[in-house]
Design a protein around this ligand. Structure first.
Ligand SMILES: [Zn+2]
Length: 68
Protein backbone atom coordinates (compact mmCIF):
# COMPACT_ATOMS: atom_id res chain seq x y z
CA UNK A 1 0.00 0.00 0.00
CA UNK A 2 2.74 2.57 0.65
CA UNK A 3 3.51 2.89 -3.04
CA UNK A 4 1.97 6.30 -3.38
CA UNK A 5 3.61 7.61 -0.23
CA UNK A 6 7.14 6.46 -1.03
CA UNK A 7 7.05 8.02 -4.48
CA UNK A 8 9.45 10.94 -4.78
CA UNK A 9 7.88 14.33 -4.99
CA UNK A 10 8.29 15.99 -8.34
CA UNK A 11 10.19 18.69 -6.48
CA UNK A 12 13.94 18.33 -5.86
CA UNK A 13 15.11 15.38 -7.85
CA UNK A 14 18.48 14.19 -9.03
CA UNK A 15 18.66 14.66 -12.73
CA UNK A 16 21.12 14.09 -15.52
CA UNK A 17 21.55 16.91 -18.00
CA UNK A 18 20.25 16.00 -21.45
CA UNK A 19 23.23 17.60 -23.12
CA UNK A 20 26.33 16.94 -20.99
CA UNK A 21 24.96 14.19 -18.68
CA UNK A 22 26.12 16.04 -15.60
CA UNK A 23 24.18 15.09 -12.48
CA UNK A 24 22.30 17.97 -10.91
CA UNK A 25 19.37 18.62 -8.65
CA UNK A 26 16.21 20.25 -9.84
CA UNK A 27 14.67 22.45 -8.76
CA UNK A 28 17.32 24.03 -6.58
CA UNK A 29 17.00 27.47 -5.07
CA UNK A 30 19.05 30.06 -6.93
CA UNK A 31 19.92 27.62 -9.70
CA UNK A 32 19.18 28.40 -13.32
CA UNK A 33 18.98 24.70 -14.18
CA UNK A 34 15.84 23.58 -15.99
CA UNK A 35 13.96 20.32 -16.08
CA UNK A 36 16.24 18.97 -18.80
CA UNK A 37 19.45 20.97 -18.59
CA UNK A 38 22.08 21.69 -15.96
CA UNK A 39 22.95 25.28 -15.10
CA UNK A 40 25.81 25.51 -17.59
CA UNK A 41 23.80 24.15 -20.50
CA UNK A 42 20.71 26.16 -19.55
CA UNK A 43 22.83 29.29 -19.99
CA UNK A 44 23.56 28.44 -23.62
CA UNK A 45 21.62 30.18 -26.37
CA UNK A 46 18.48 28.24 -27.29
CA UNK A 47 19.76 27.57 -30.81
CA UNK A 48 22.90 25.93 -29.38
CA UNK A 49 20.89 23.82 -26.97
CA UNK A 50 18.74 22.60 -29.82
CA UNK A 51 21.75 21.42 -31.81
CA UNK A 52 23.48 19.91 -28.78
CA UNK A 53 20.30 18.06 -27.78
CA UNK A 54 20.13 16.54 -31.20
CA UNK A 55 23.80 15.53 -31.12
CA UNK A 56 23.51 13.99 -27.69
CA UNK A 57 20.47 11.99 -28.79
CA UNK A 58 22.44 10.83 -31.79
CA UNK A 59 25.37 9.78 -29.58
CA UNK A 60 22.99 7.83 -27.36
CA UNK A 61 21.57 6.02 -30.35
CA UNK A 62 25.05 5.17 -31.64
CA UNK A 63 26.15 3.93 -28.22
CA UNK A 64 23.12 1.70 -27.96
CA UNK A 65 23.85 0.37 -31.41
CA UNK A 66 27.51 -0.38 -30.74
CA UNK A 67 27.08 -1.95 -27.30
CA UNK A 68 23.63 -3.34 -26.85
ZN1 LIG B 1 24.59 20.21 -19.02
Amino acid sequence: MPDKQTRLLPATRDKACKICRTAYRYPEKGSAATRFHCEACAALPAAFRKVLNRMSMRIDALERKSNP
